[in-house]
Design a protein. Structure first.
Length: 392
């Protein structure tokens, strides 16, 4: 099946639910058995990854539907759900690390993931080396005997550097290192992590998969080889997600292909328009031909998320940037992204980099292109640039 069809039909089993198209929401902790024999069989089936429901925390038909659909879309072996994107990022790391181990992590990684590495992991005896996201295969020189994980995010959070995932994965696998990648920006539609050498793929499903800014959810999908460790760690930690949030994830996933086409097109249109403004030094969007990561994006990706960054020229004041943003009517000021509404936030990359230096001196902001009419979004942003100029 093609992706649009897979997104609609995967995980649906109406014959199991009296013909209901959408798998119902199971609010369940205790799952009863009629006999001891049945109880033992259910427990054994769960241990052997056979279909069935044994205990609510291990999954119900509600979670099974979402897990099956995401694994099918992403091309992985199995998927597990977590209560948030950060919980999934953390869970993917904990599953493959022990005290004394070492992690290689991209310097442009999602800030909360970075904090988890420098905080929680360090307290439990795991060391982290942050590396230049543009290293590519040269990352092999940083692999130590105790390195167990290389953690990638392409494009990078905030600064949108593209990483040569296949080259990095090839070097990592040669040394027996697990490759984990945050695939939230591209979604399972626009980048196939397992076809490019990734072992474990993480999503903040809060963003594009849910798509409506009304719940939090995370997912981890992995290869067959990585599954035993991921499964064990997830259930040892008691990680799960509420059935209502999972159900919202199911609903969002069904319309993901349609929504992503709009996010992609609007993001590129806004990025192109913004790049032409005289106050702009650089637009950070790998789908633009002038972007330094465009060649890798074009080779490995089939589309783009609606999220991109903007670097203004040196000399633009913070007051001018605030005047621009504060008066916008269609862009909300807030964290997260991936919902139907457009967002904008200022950011400073220098606050979260240790392996590389941010070369630009002007202020930065990030835009998430929502599902509004793109001409309306451009007009609102044009008025914002007018305020920026007036305040300069």
């Amino acid at each position: 099946m093609r992706e649009e069809t897979t997104a609609v039909h995967s995980g649906l089993h109406p014959e199991r639910h009296q013909g209901a198209v959408n798998p119902p929401v199971f609010h369940a902790s205790t799952i009863l058995s009629r006999t001891v024999e049945e109880f033992r069989r259910k427990r054994k089936d769960w241990a052997l990854d056979r279909p069935g429901t044994f205990y609510g925390r291990y999954g119900t038909p509600t979670t099974d539907a979402l897990r099956e659909a995401i694994a099918a879309l992403e091309g992985g072996h199995r998927t597990l759900v977590y209560p948030s994107g950060l919980a999934a990022c953390a869970g993917a790391l904990v599953a493959f690390l022990s005290s004394g181990d070492h992690v290689l992590m991209s310097d442009s990684v999602y800030g909360p993931t970075r904090n988890f590495a420098t905080g929680f992991l360090r307290r439990f005896g795991v060391s982290t080396t942050f590396f230049d996201p543009l290293l590519g295969s040269a990352v092999e020189a940083l692999i130590k005997p105790e390195t167990r994980v290389v953690y990638l995010e392409s494009p990078g959070s905030l600064t949108f550097e593209m990483q040569d995932v296949p080259a990095i994965a090839e070097k990592a696998h040669r040394r027996g290192v697990t490759v984990v990648a945050d695939n939230t920006w591209a979604t399972p539609l626009y980048f196939k992590p397992f076809a490019h050498g990734v072992d474990v793929s993480v999503h903040s499903a809060t963003k594009y998969i849910l798509g409506h800014s009304d719940a939090m959810l995370g997912t981890i999908t992995c290869t067959r080889e990585a599954w035993p460790k991921l499964k064990s760690a997830t259930y040892e930690l008691g990680q799960t997600a509420g059935p209502d949030d999972v159900y919202l994830g199911q609903k969002g996933l069904r319309t993901l292909p349609v929504r992503m086409k709009q996010h992609c097109a609007a993001g590129i249109a806004l990025a192109e328009w913004t790049a032409r403004q005289p106050e702009v030094e650089r637009v950070l969007h790998p789908a633009l031909p002038g972007d330094s990561g465009h060649a890798i994006w074009k080779r490995d990706f089939t589309g783009a998320g609606g999220l991109f960054g903007v670097v203004l020229k040196e000399g633009v004041t913070d007051a001018a940037l605030c005047a621009m943003i504060d008066g916008l009517e269609l862009y909300g000021i807030g964290f997260s992204w991936g919902g139907y509404e457009s967002l904008i936030v200022p950011f400073d990359p220098r606050e979260a980099r240790t392996a590389t230096q941010w070369p630009h001196k002007g202020p930065c902001f990030r835009i998430h292109a929502g599902l509004e009419n793109v001409d309306d979004l451009i007009e609102d942003l044009d008025a914002g640039f007018g305020r920026l100029r007036a305040a300069a």
